[in-house]
Design a protein around this ligand. Structure first.
Ligand code: PAF
Length: 282
């Protein structure tokens, strides 16, 4: 496995090696990331993972400085999965000049849910993903990129970006990896105390409860069921930002009386100072 830092070194490494299958990450890898890498291996000629904690997608009060950085362990884990190339730029390799051009996603998709509570988050994500795609695919004629469905809205925003800019990248979305108790694997789980860890599966449990209520109580307004789910999670000591039922394809609210469309329930809530997100398609 080769580890490269500069964009030039990445392009030289990829020259003549066919179509990359790419997994962008911010490091602190867990089994969720590693399953994306294993999947990527089946979809390209050369498997590339990036490790880069992207300042642009953190709000000033968020955890950019304390975000867990575990580079050595990440590389060992990637090597064990058969990853071929790790692209690990320093901030100045990726942003040698301040990144004044930004990719602005459409507000109907990007200013709701996560984007409402983390303004500018998806601009930061789109800008870095566009740039990473330019680094990985710019000289290889395109390829495949694999993202997890745990960041459901992110996956949709990136699919839109790829489609709107006609990028030669096929996006694959992979199901969320979960611990035995249902907790979605996430780098931010590392912030939980042992006691919080035992309570952390409650977010997913409430998403399951809400999906079950929607399926079983067609007559009750969605807002009412969502408010009940928020109350139930709050009663367990969480501070929920949202628990919301949306249409899978555009994350808009299902129109009352419209033909049933595939749904997803998404949630974000704080347990102590740790903010967790999760979702469930139903
Ligand atoms: O999902 C993540 O880890 C990040 O948002 C991504 C896609 C690597 C961009 O920094």
């Amino acid at each position: 496995m080769q580890i490269v830092q500069s964009i030039d070194a990445l392009r030289q490494t990829l020259a003549g090696r066919g179509r990359p299958a790419f997994v962008p990450t911010m490091g602190n890898l867990h089994e969720g990331h590693l399953s994306l890498v294993r999947h990527a291996r089946e979809h390209g000629d050369v498997t590339v993972a990036s490790i880069f904690v992207n300042r642009l997608q953190f709000l000033p009060h968020e955890d950019f400085d304390s975000y867990p950085r575990t580079f050595e362990a990440d590389c060992a884990a990637l090597q064990a999965q058969g990853c071929d190339v790790v692209f690990a730029p320093k901030e100045l390799d990726l942003y040698p000049q301040p990144q004044t051009f930004k990719v602005q996603p459409n507000p109907e998709l990007a200013d709701i849910l996560e984007g409402h509570f983390r303004p500018g988050f998806f601009t930061g994500v789109c800008t870095v993903v566009m740039k990473l795609f330019a680094c990985v695919f710019g000289t290889t004629g395109g390829g495949v990129a694999v993202f997890g469905k745990k960041d459901y809205q992110q996956l949709l925003v990136i699919r839109h970006m790829v489609q709107q800019f006609a990028l030669p990248v096929q996006i694959i979305g992979m199901d969320t990896e979960r611990a035995a108790d249902g907790l979605a694997l996430s780098s931010r789980n590392a912030y939980l105390s042992a006691e919080q860890r035992t309570q952390a599966c409650a977010l997913y449990a409430q998403l399951q409860w809400l999906a079950g209520q929607v399926q079983g109580n067609g007559a009750v307004p969605l807002e009412q069921l969502e408010a009940q789910a928020v109350e139930r999670l709050s009663a367990l000591g969480w501070a929920p930002d949202y628990l919301s039922v949306r249409q899978r394809d555009d994350l808009q609210r299902p129109a009352a009386g419209a033909a049933p469309s595939p749904l997803v329930v998404l949630g974000a809530a704080r347990l102590g100072s740790t903010r967790l997100i999760d979702n469930l398609e139903f």
